[in-house]
Design a protein around this ligand. Structure first.
Ligand code: SF4
Length: 462
């Protein structure tokens, strides 16, 4: 029921005797970035091994022996959430193809914004697609490149795509990590015993005991083999516009992304929010878990005590059986319950990281009032979301976004709260680390840093 779906998580392990096991553990830590499917590709002595499946990491690798069958000291892994293509097994990554330069495995996080035209052109030239993902286009572009060396073929392919892409690519004896020139999605490089690891977030490195070294830079290719790693660039046109939403909601608070700890930044957002929108209240609570850290920041800056007023049930599967007898607001109640003793007769500030449709928050507000809250004040640690994301976040359509076409006062009324305050865009930007970095804020202000292709008539996606 969380209002925004995460997209994908990627990991690559090179130079480790249990590469597939390490990739598996890393995928566990990155599970929040995608729950529809998972997979690992490994290689040893010119042979490649692949296992992918739909569902959570735990389910995909549940059979005894599956991990052991993924041999070799190199492996790449992927957790999928379908932002392009549908939720079917063919689309689960890493993808694996046999090209003139040998086997190429690929895991992709992000969305391409010129994929429709590229797909059409490739199809006109005879390409046959196995999946409906934009990631497969990258493999086709690598396969048809006229460059002689596989690394040059990859570089050539990356100059033809635009949008958001953090990639792990496995070729014979090497793993290549690459990031789009804007660095939309995070990708970190670390040391793991005698080898190396690249991962979407550093929480994956913490789990396997790897040490964070640095981020893969926008426009960079990090090539890792048994002798170490080399850095090359596939473009000179780097312009960092990191996705600011990674700090607001997507990444785990214990991760370090874009060179900074998410927890630290999220607390700053909460403190700034308290500065911009103070409230006369008795307690601050969060919508667990993603808003916990921002709520702590708000409480800290406002001097209002932080309390646990909502308990989240962590054991809800992706689907649950609706009771036959209708229970009001069942979908929300099954996920969150109120703590009556904390809320009764209290003026409550509830901190939320973002509002998309507003329906969940409206139901939660009613639950807080039913539990005896005297007043409910909502504070949001991001600005109103008014525009779609083309770079890999799955927001609903503009018509479904509550802030498109409604004023803050109208949203306040819709939610049935005593007051509502959103963090300003200026407040947001001033709270994230800025030195040498820029950010995408397009879902708030409509200023898209990379041009998005117009609808292409001959497009043949599902
Ligand atoms: S539009 Fe929003 S969610 Fe999408 S990349 Fe930009 S900041 Fe992130």
């Amino acid at each position: 029921m969380k209002r925004i779906k995460e997209y994908c998580g990627i990991i690559g392990i090179a130079g480790h005797p249990q590469a597939a096991e390490m990739a598996y553990l890393g995928l566990y830590a990155l599970q929040h970035r995608g729950q529809e499917g998972a997979g690992i590709v490994s290689c040893e002595n010119g042979r490649v091994y692949r296992h992918v499946g739909r569902g959570l990491v735990n389910d995909v690798f549940a059979s005894p022996g599956t991990l052991k069958s993924l041999k070799g000291s190199m492996a790449i892994g992927h957790n999928r959430y379908s932002t392009t293509g549908t939720d079917k097994k063919e689309n689960v990554q890493p993808l694996l193809v046999n090209t003139k330069s040998g086997f190429v495995g690929l895991g992709h996080n992000g969305n391409l914004v010129n994929s429709k035209k590229l797909r059409y052109k490739l199809q006109q030239n005879g390409a046959i697609f196995q999946t409906t993902t934009d990631s497969e286009l990258i493999l086709h572009l690598i396969a048809i490149s006229q460059k002689h060396d596989i690394v040059d073929q990859i570089k050539d392919a990356l100059t033809k795509i635009s949008g958001a892409f953090s990639l792990v690519i496995q070729i014979e004896g090497r793993i290549i990590a690459a990031r789009d020139p804007n660095g939309f999605r995070p990708l970190a490089l670390g040391k793991l015993d005698q080898g190396y690891v690249v991962a979407s977030e550093t929480c994956a490195m913490d789990l396997i005991g790897a040490e964070y070294m640095r981020d893969v830079h926008p426009g960079e290719l990090v090539i890792i083999d048994k002798n170490g790693f080399k850095s090359q660039y596939f473009t000179n046109a780097q312009k960092s516009t990191h996705c600011i939403f990674e700090f607001i909601y997507f990444s785990r608070p214990d991760s370090r992304i874009f060179g900074e700890y998410v927890d630290k930044t999220r607390r700053k957002l909460g403190r700034k929010l308290a500065e911009e929108h103070p409230a006369d209240a008795d307690i601050v609570i969060s919508v667990p878990d993603s808003s916990n850290t921002a709520a702590l920041g708000y409480a800290n800056a406002s001097g209002i005590p932080f309390e646990i007023g909502l308990i989240r049930n962590h054991y809800i599967g992706r689907t649950f059986i609706q009771p036959q007898q209708s229970i009001r607001n069942f979908n929300v109640k099954v996920k969150f319950n109120t703590v009556g003793g904390v809320l009764k007769n209290k003026r409550v500030v509830i901190v939320e990281d973002s509002i998309v449709r507003g329906t969940t928050l409206k139901m939660l507000t009613q639950q807080l009032r039913n539990a005896g809250a005297k007043e409910v004040h909502i504070r949001v640690s991001s600005p109103p979301i008014k525009f779609p994301c083309y770079y890999g976040m799955d927001f609903p359509t503009m018509e479904e976004l509550i802030a498109t076409g409604k004023s803050v006062k109208e949203i306040e009324k819709f939610l049935g709260v005593d007051s509502l305050g959103y963090l300003s865009i200026e407040g947001l930007v001033s709270s994230v680390p800025s030195e040498g970095r820029g950010y995408c804020t397009a879902c708030f202000d409509g200023k898209y840093p990379v041009e998005v292709e117009k609808d292409f008539e001959k497009e043949q996606y599902e």
